[in-house]
Design a binder for this molecule. Structure first.
Ligand code: GDP
Ligand code: MN
Length: 392
């Protein structure tokens, strides 16, 4: 689960990491009022969305009067901000964060991630902050400094000093930097985070260190231990299709294509998406209905796939082991009764009770396109989307 910048900053501040003074606003008027509260003569207005890269997309604006703050906020509210990290449809801005502007001398990168390959928490830092870490890693991998944390020993003081030296910090800043790194690490560890990023970690003109931007993601499977973190969930920032499916216990991931998929088994679902691409189409989603899918579950899955208005054809691919083709077929027939299915549906059944399943589909008299193999199903789905597209 992701949270907003201002929420991540509140958490970091609670752990003792310095952040600029700031306040949240739900309207342009409230944003300009925050200037008076915060004081000073320059402020930064920051769109709160679950995606980075806001700066270059106009979601971070430096202002020198409360009127300018109000105007900047007006230009943001209600807009969907499209950034390099957001989905193409962008993310809705309905809160902005107003902060006192910081005079930046240097922008550093500080991130904590879980490195699954070495099964350790890993701290990544760089003197070249402000830019996206993925780009930096590709263009200049030598600019990244990686520090691995031993889970038994935790984050050690010498590691903090080592990172501080690598970042070229002055002797007077080393102790403070070490404290900041350790506190950020504690926030990551204590709250079961999977990612924490401070980019930039700014060195101010006065030589102080401050977290100018903050991002945190949490392990969904550990949220039950952190009810206060769970409360920070912002559904408006999540893919509506994925929230719908998650509420119904379905393993669904939204994609950008137009062929809706309903598959049993994650591996088969991946293979099916590959086959759709190979046949020249684009999958609209990943969806694994799992083994032992009851007709009710198939119906739920139908609804989840059809939530997506981009879907112009559906591909159902079932290889029944634990599952039963007759159950799935009954679910498909029930779905056609309950839902007004306006798009072509291609079904490929194989495995347990396949004859019964195919008979149910045949006897239903429904306009279902059947296929015997995965390749055939994918080609038929792609072909049918082509004709739907041509007639639309
Ligand atoms: P992101 O683009 O979504 O990562 O948003 P950031 O919060 O990282 O802001 C993008 C960039 O705006 C930063 O890298 C800074 O260069 C700049 N910026 C943000 N806050 C301030 C500030 O208080 N003062 C100044 N001078 N620049 C800032
Ligand atoms: Mn940033």
């Amino acid at each position: 689960m992701d949270i907003h910048e201002y929420q991540a900053k509140e958490i970091l501040a609670r752990f003792g990491v310095p952040i600029p003074r700031g306040g949240l606003a739900y309207s342009p008027e409230q944003a300009s009022y925050r200037c008076t509260e915060i004081g000073g003569s320059a402020w930064v207005v920051k769109a709160q969305i679950h995606a980075g890269g806001r700066g270059e997309a106009g979601g971070v604006q430096l202002c020198h009067s409360d009127c300018a703050v109000q105007d900047a906020a007006t230009s943001m509210f209600g807009r969907r901000l499209v950034t390099r990290q957001s989905a193409p449809r962008g993310k809705l801005i309905y809160r902005v964060y107003v902060e006192e502007a910081t005079d930046i001398a240097r922008e550093l990168y500080f991130g904590i991630v879980l490195d699954r390959r070495i099964e350790r928490v890993c701290i990544i830092t760089s003197t070249e902050g402000g830019v996206e870490i993925e780009e930096l890693a590709a263009a200049k991998p030598e600019a990244l400094v990686r520090t691995t944390i031993d889970p038994a020993a935790g984050f050690l003081e010498f590691q903090g000093r080592e990172i501080a030296f690598a970042l070229g910090l002055q002797p007077a800043q080393i102790a403070e930097a070490g404290r900041i790194f350790r506190r950020a690490y504690r926030a990551f560890r204590d709250l079961d985070a999977t990612m924490l990023e401070i980019n930039p970690l700014a060195v101010t003109d006065k030589g102080d260190l401050v977290a100018l931007d903050a991002k945190m993601s949490f392990d969904d499977n550990a949220l039950f231990r952190h009810p206060d973190i769970s409360e920070l969930r912002d559904r408006s920032q999540e893919d509506a299709r994925e929230s719908h499916a998650a509420d119904r216990g379905l393993a669904y991931v939204g994609l950008e294509g137009d062929i809706g998929c309903m598959i049993n088994g994650a591996g088969l679902a991946m293979a099916t998406m590959d086959m759709i691409k190979f046949a020249g189409g684009e999958p609209a989603n990943f969806l694994d209905i799992g083994g032992g899918a009851s007709p009710q579950r198939v119906l739920k899955a139908f609804r989840a796939v059809l939530q997506d208005t981009n879907v112009r054809a559906m591909l159902i691919n079932i290889f029944a082991g634990i599952n039963r083709c007759d159950w799935v077929a009954a679910g498909i027939v029930a779905a056609f009764k309950e839902i007004d299915v306006k798009i072509p549906v291609v079904v490929r059944l194989a495995g347990t009770h396949v004859e019964q399943g195919q008979r149910i589909l045949r006897d239903s008299g429904l306009p279902i396109i059947t296929a015997d193999t995965l390749a055939e199903a994918a080609h038929k789905a792609v072909a049918v989307v082509g004709t739907v597209g041509a007639s639309a």
